[in-house]
Write a protein that binds this ligand. Sequence first.
Ligand code: AMP
Length: 121
Amino acid sequence: MSYDSENIFAKILRGEIPCDKVYENDHALAFNDIGPQAPVHVLIIPKGPYLSSNEFCANATDAELAGFMRAIHAVAEKAGVLDSGYRLIANAGEDGHQEVPHFHVHLVGGRRIGPMIKRVD
Ligand code: AMP
């Protein structure tokens, strides 16, 4: 599967559809999730066209990787959850239930998020 430049996050990056921006730097954009699952639910996305964590982790430049990780920290700080804690989630591919084919990390917090996942197999 190749990167689809018509995905919704690509459109947000191009300014074709709006987002509720939380933070931006040279390499990453962060905005509130449209369907929040917790009081704090922010999506952090790289500005480059990376389909999933596979492509981002393998191919992003050092500057892109650093910019993305710094954005996560800035969002946690802005949201006021650095000390209370939060969870980072990156869904990838079919088993990971990734819905939007542009790499993103969910930062969720603002309440007790609970145990990680339930084993169902
Ligand atoms: P994932 O299942 O990891 O691909 O998550 C995709 C996330 O994108 C979901 O939590 C959606 O609520 C969120 N989402 C989809 N469209 C938008 C949008 N236009 N603005 C903000 N969040 C969105």
